[in-house]
Design a protein around this ligand. Structure first.
Ligand code: KIV
Ligand code: NA
Length: 265
């Protein structure tokens, strides 16, 4: 009864087995996904948008990430917990990255960390991996760069495609155990997946990556407003929860709750 390891994910690729990954930001939700058998949970800095009410992932701090990662670790028994390095906690260089990652592993109990960037983040990845911290890379659309790149499909056109391939190879060579490909044309994601020996994790990257990740609030229909076109919604939790709250309110106003069985004699 041990946790999933990065080696398990490597052997899954060798066997040609796909695996699912979801984000999680709290112990309760994480326990649901752990019991459902999701092998890898990402404490994504998407928590900035869905959980903390920021407009982007940029303001998320290492303190916030540490607190929520610790909660996800406490809520789970089986899943590998991957924690995002927030914006500004690794860009200064390998030593800053190692210091931030060490906190997430040592203080919060993460099994691995994730950071954004291909060639530009390779030195950071190298030092963390040499120090014994498994690292997941993230290329293609990198939301922490929203002010420079916006939110749009990456790797379109021959030059951009070649750069994405170089980025993916570079993080693999630096020692990353897996690479997230976000918002990348399906054919290019398939090519990257064939050229790497470590698993690729797609989000908006077509069907041919080794794994798939979704933000859980998008996947479960909890997000307010529109979700990206690459999301499939497997439930409508926002509607369900809102209806429950309305029914409770009506019962209280009408005096229908509590009933005798909800009361102490
Ligand atoms: O923060 C996040 O949720 C992510 C995934 C979308 C890969 O980085
Ligand atoms: Na992220």
């Amino acid at each position: 009864n041990r946790r999933v390891t990065v080696r398990d994910l490597g052997s899954a690729k060798e066997r040609g087995e796909r695996w699912p990954m979801l984000t999680a930001y709290d112990a309760m939700t994480a326990s649901v996904f752990d019991e459902a058998g999701i092998p890898v949970l990402l404490v994504g800095d998407s928590m900035g948008n869905c959980h903390l009410g920021y407009e982007t992932t940029v303001p998320v701090t290492l303190d916030e990430m540490t607190m929520l990662t610790a909660a996800v670790v406490r809520g789970t028994k089986r899943a590998l917990i991957v924690a995002d390095l927030p914006f500004g906690t690794y860009q200064e260089g390998p030593v800053q990255a190692l210091r931030s990652a060490t906190r997430l592993v040592k203080e919060a109990g993460a099994g691995a960390v994730k950071l954004e960037g291909g060639e530009r983040s390779a030195h950071q990845i190298e030092l963390m991996v040499q120090s014994g911290i498994p690292v997941m890379a993230h290329v293609g659309l990198t939301p922490q760069s929203v002010h420079a790149m916006g939110y749009r499909v990456q790797g379109r056109g021959e030059e951009a495609a070649q750069q994405l391939l170089r980025d993916a190879k570079s993080v693999q060579d630096a020692g990353a155990f897996a690479v997230v490909l976000e918002a990348v044309p399906a054919a290019l994601a398939a090519e990257v997946t064939r050229s790497l020996h470590v698993p690729t994790v797609g989000i908006g990257a077509g069907a041919d990556t080794d794994a798939q990740v979704l933000v859980w609030t998008d996947m479960a229909g909890m997000t307010a407003g529109r979700v990206p076109s690459f999301v499939k919604q497997y439930a409508q939790l926002r509607q369900t929860l809102g209806d429950a709250a309305k029914e409770f309110a009506q019962d209280v106003i009408a005096g229908d709750f509590p009933e005798e069985r909800h009361s102490f004699a």
